[in-house]
Design a protein. Structure first.
Length: 242
């Protein structure tokens, strides 16, 4: 049975690979973009597009209320094309703001709309130094310094907002480094995950998984992925046909 789903970040790398999977599974998807020019693209892949800025709390709340979602999926990021190194320091600050302020706005909108589940994108390379591979129960690197502190701080804030939003069930997907269509990369350093497999984890989390964090990456020596495989039924080799 399909669900009504509100996908924040539908025009991003994961969002564009997730919408077709959700639609094929029978879900009704409302997907956001900040740019009106991308609305037609979202419609073409099976979503009802809505143009909204996550930092406009009132507009976001109205958009989520209009969609009447049972489930909200958070795939919002603000990163430069191809992860251009010359632009990453500035982008990290914007991205951290999305993870904190943007996530807080989305959680409040989801609560107001009586959504029951919230699935959010996080990252898998922010664990505190220690024995590897890291499991989801290991601490994040709250003592990070410099540019890493900005990114880690944003992730910690995001996960706190998502996992601390009862009665909503919060699920955090800690993705490895993305590669594949729309990412600008044909491969990635470990821990890595193909963008299709990353989107597939979000699809599975719509129906499965108790509250908590899940590492989502190909087999590697840095993080364990047993929980995603056993609890979600996730496969690292999943690929879309197109």
């Amino acid at each position: 049975m399909g669900h009504r789903i509100f996908l924040a970040g539908g025009s991003g790398a994961i969002g564009r690979r997730l919408v077709p999977q959700l639609a094929a599974a029978g879900h009704q998807v409302t997907a956001t973009t900040r740019r009106a020019a991308k609305a037609e693209d979202l419609q073409a892949i099976g979503a009802d597009p809505v143009v909204v800025d996550v930092f406009d709390a009132n507009a976001l709340r109205a958009a989520v209320a209009a969609a009447r979602p049972e489930i909200v999926i958070h795939q919002l990021t603000d990163l430069p094309a191809g992860l251009d190194p010359s632009k990453m320091a500035e982008a990290a600050i914007r991205n951290a703001r999305i993870r904190d302020e943007g996530t807080r706005n989305l959680v409040e909108a989801a609560k107001a709309a009586n959504a029951t589940r919230l699935i959010a994108q996080s990252i898998a390379w922010v664990y505190a130094p220690g024995a590897e591979p890291h499991a989801e129960t290991d601490p994040l690197d709250s003592g990070a310094e410099g540019g890493r502190a900005v990114s880690v701080g944003g992730v910690i804030a995001l996960e706190k907002h998502v996992l601390g939003a009862p009665p909503i069930t919060g699920i955090v997907l800690r993705y490895g480094h993305l590669y594949g269509p729309g990412t600008g990369a044909e491969s990635a350093v470990e821990p890595a995950v193909h963008v299709d497999a990353a989107a597939y984890a979000a699809l599975l989390a719509v129906e499965r998984g108790a509250q908590g964090a899940f590492n989502v990456a190909e087999p590697n020596g840095h993080i364990t992925t047993d929980k995603a495989v056993s609890a979600l039924g996730w496969r690292a080799d999943f690929r879309l046909n197109a």
